[in-house]
Design a protein around this ligand. Sequence first.
Ligand code: NAD
Length: 477
Amino acid sequence: MTSYPELQLYIGGTWRKPGETMPVINPADGSVIGALPMAGRAELDDALQAADEGFRVWSRTSPRERGDIILKACALMRRRMDDIAHSITLEHGKPLAQARLEVIRGCEFFEWDAAEGQRLYGRVIPSAPGIRYVVYRQPAGTVAAFSPWNFPMSQPSRKIAGALASGCSIIIKAAEETPAGALHIARAFHDAGLPRGVLNLVFGEPAEISSYLIPQDQVRLVAFTGSTAVGRHLTGIAAAHMTPVLMELGGHAPVIVCDDADPVAAGRLSAIRKMRNAGQVCTSPTRFFVDESLYSAYSDAFVAQVRKTVVGNGMEAGTDMGPVANERRLHALQELTDDAVAKGARLLVGGGRRGNQGYFFEPTVLADVPSDARVMTEEPFGPLAVINPVASLDEGIRQANALPFGLAAYAFTHRAATVDRLVDEVECGNLSINTLEASLPETPFGGVKHSGYGREGGAEGLDHYTIIKNLSHAMAF
Ligand code: NAD
């Protein structure tokens, strides 16, 4: 029988449990499942020193050896998948099957970056006789990273994978509400023989930790995933110290359903994908702009599929959707729904909290939502979809681009010419046609506009974790 792990900090290769703790809550029933130790200044200073020492060792370790240790840790995580998934479901609420998939995805991020780390090629620039110009890509230094609660294991995986594969050390503050995913990663790396100080895991008061770590001299990259508001704040602190940032921020993903799409198949797929992870995904499809000729067929198929969603405790077999991860989301979703209905939106299904134990919110669909409803501009980050008709492709693209966000965008169409226009005109970092998958280990992921800066994954994923150094070498002197 698996149990929720004992929560600790991991600093300089040792496990630490300073005095002050905060409770970790199971969102399915509100029970306390763990006591999370909070780092203070002393722990952060120790982590900074350890990361400095770790960087000196790790940056001088060969890429192949680094890759071997990362893969060894991955093998352990795959072997421990049931344990890790169990912890994730307890602290986050998602169905166990989705938690298992998350562990696999997290391992895939590590595996991809471990291989990419061995291909950090520089280049030789053609030069005059007697002099050589060589461009190197070198590890940036210590990374200060901050990962959110929606994917407790795969979110920290992205940051740790990028840092370690590039030869950087990292201090990661994972989400306090869902700490076990990151803890399991640290355990695997500890057991795989990662040198001390290369990976340091802390928890605490987010604002205190970020404002203390980011200005430190040895921090050479700030990597954050979370809301645009917090990302903007952290970017401001980093800018004052000329420290580069990698920012994966909010989205409010549009889906354009063109007049040649199959409305029933598209409606079904949209509903399934919308409710994944209870909608708490930065790429979650949310604003559905449907050609008016397909509007009712698409909406009917969407709603019929939503009605089939089995909402319940993620530990129970057959559950499709668990609770939202915390009480804040419950209130935010209720406010956005009530506001839209008050302004004239039609509530097709759902609309409120389910039961009074745990943080369950009904899968909810709103139609004909006026543009002044808050949900048209604020990311709901939950199981809430908006379906509106559009008269043309032009209008669909205009609506898609209407917000300051530009992370994922989707469309359903079979026409090559339409795809061509979407590629040129939709403002986003990730465009998906006839699929609602936006982020894979092998493809670059990130946003434009207020959705962030930089890319994770793909061949571009290590760019931010490395610096470019040019060598000019005169042979005769
Ligand atoms: P929030 O804005 O308070 O926090 C978002 C994340 O940032 C959390 O993980 C939090 O611990 C962290 N954070 C907050 N203040 C920080 C600080 N000063 N320094 C460092 N880290 C800090 O909101 P929330 O209620 O936790 O989440 C809701 C919103 O966050 C959503 O609406 C969504 O836009 C966004 N979010 C995005 C992602 C994503 O994958 N891009 C993930 C989780 C949350």
